[in-house]
Design a binder for this molecule. Structure first.
Ligand SMILES: NC(=O)c1ccc[n+]([C@@H]2O[C@H](COP(=O)([O-])OP(=O)(O)OC[C@H]3O[C@@H](n4cnc5c(N)ncnc54)[C@H](O)[C@@H]3O)[C@@H](O)[C@H]2O)c1
Length: 352
């Protein structure tokens, strides 16, 4: 297969993990006779510094012309610590999602054997956890009308029926492919936007008679994720709740550096780790590259390359079984660098 991939490495640890991810894609291409070509483009703080825009028009054009975007992370402390900065790296991320029409962010959460003990949650609670969180990505508070002066500020949690229907459809369809259990997370006891979500989900239920649907307030969901993560199969929720719950859910896997995601919608799909640019680790070669590598697996599976995705997943599990892990997963054992973990995975793929 020929795939034209836009690579957006971004800021902080982004370039380091991006390089590892591309190395793994190249190993797969070589092994399975595919041709992957890469177009590199700027985004985030580095794009503001270079071109004055966190998601420049050239980057949008490269993404639009690609089959997939392989994204890493954006964000820099000089913007985090300056609330008055007119241009911010994360605007680039939001612009990319909006302009590519990526309304659904799909985040699989699973436990990996041999690193489960790194989670602060007891192993007997975690064992068997395997669910997908589907987060609405282009609506809600992050995009609604905003206002701020010295005395007051507001953000608007605005959702329309078509926006809600299309993301719930993604949720129902994922549930059909899995254990047929969908949990709609909202705050319908307080928020009007949540009540519309719940109403529409209830209207859609008869179209998916095989799917068992339950409705859970977000505060309860936050607790259940930790107390009984095996309860969940597919979670669907709005933008803000999904953002928060998936960071919380990363604790189930044992590290932020283990969770990949796919963002899909009407334009070019984007595959990226869920974590940020971890600026404190930039240039230190200590970031866990596995979330980026697993994002490569999701990219390949999106194009039907199931065996290729499986090869990457097995390589990732094998690296953990062999103890070839970065500091976040090493505990008291030896920690390997970002590049060492990457090289190990590449070699495993080559000799698979
Ligand atoms: N998608 C994105 O690009 C994205 C997402 C979240 C935050 N951000 C931005 O990233 C910057 C830092 O934000 P933050 O500190 O809240 O989140 P972060 O995800 O960058 O880091 C939070 C913590 O997670 C751990 N972590 C993250 N990535 C890891 C990896 N690959 N390996 C091992 N551990 C890892 C580290 O302990 C780190 O302290 C900010 O500028 C923020 O706006 C970007």
């Amino acid at each position: 297969m020929n795939l034209n991939i836009a690579v957006l490495a971004g800021d902080g640890i982004g370039p380091e993990i991006s390089k590892v991810g591309v190395d793994v894609l190249n190993a797969i291409a070589k092994k399975y006779n595919h041709t992957f070509t890469y177009q590199y483009a700027h985004c985030g703080a580095e794009a503001i510094d270079l071109l004055g825009d966190p998601f420049p028009a050239e980057t949008l054009a490269i993404c639009q012309n690609a089959d997939a975007v392989f994204f890493s992370a954006v964000g820099h402390p000089k913007y985090d610590n300056d609330p008055t900065a007119p241009k911010r790296p994360e605007q680039g991320l939001l612009a990319m999602r909006k302009q590519l029409g990526l309304f659904a962010n799909v985040r699989p959460i699973e436990c990996f054997k041999n690193v489960m003990h790194q989670s602060p949650i007891k192993t007997e609670i975690l064992q068997g956890s395997d669910f997908i969180c589907i987060r609405e990505l282009t609506g809600g508070m992050y995009f609604g009308e905003k206002y701020q002066d010295n005395d007051k500020a507001f953000d608007t949690n605005y959702y329309t029926r078509p926006e809600i229907e299309r993301i719930l459809k993604v949720g129902f369809e994922y549930a059909l492919k899995r254990k047929k259990h969908l949990t709609v997370v909202d705050k319908a006891n307080v928020l009007a936007s949540s009540r519309l979500w719940r109403q529409i989900a209830q209207e859609m239920e008869p179209m998916y008679p095989e799917v068992t649907v339950d409705y859970m307030y977000v505060d309860n969901a936050a607790m259940r994720l930790i107390l009984s993560p095996t309860f969940f199969d597919v979670i669907v929720t709005e933008n803000t709740f999904g953002d928060i719950l998936t960071d919380e859910a990363s604790v189930i896997s044992g590290s932020m550096g283990l969770l990949p995601s796919a963002s899909v919608g009407t334009g070019t799909p984007v595959f990226e780790p869920i974590h940020g640019s971890w600026p404190e680790a930039a240039g230190k070669n200590i970031a866990n590259p596995l979330a980026q590598i697993l994002s490569a697996a999701m990219l390949l599976e999106h194009f039907g390359l199931e065996q290729e995705g499986k090869t990457i997943r097995q390589a990732v599990q094998a690296s953990m079984d062999a103890g070839i892990v970065t500091a976040d997963l090493a505990g008291d054992a030896q920690a390997y660098s970002t590049t060492q973990v990457g090289e190990w995975v590449v070699n495993y793929v080559a000799s698979y």
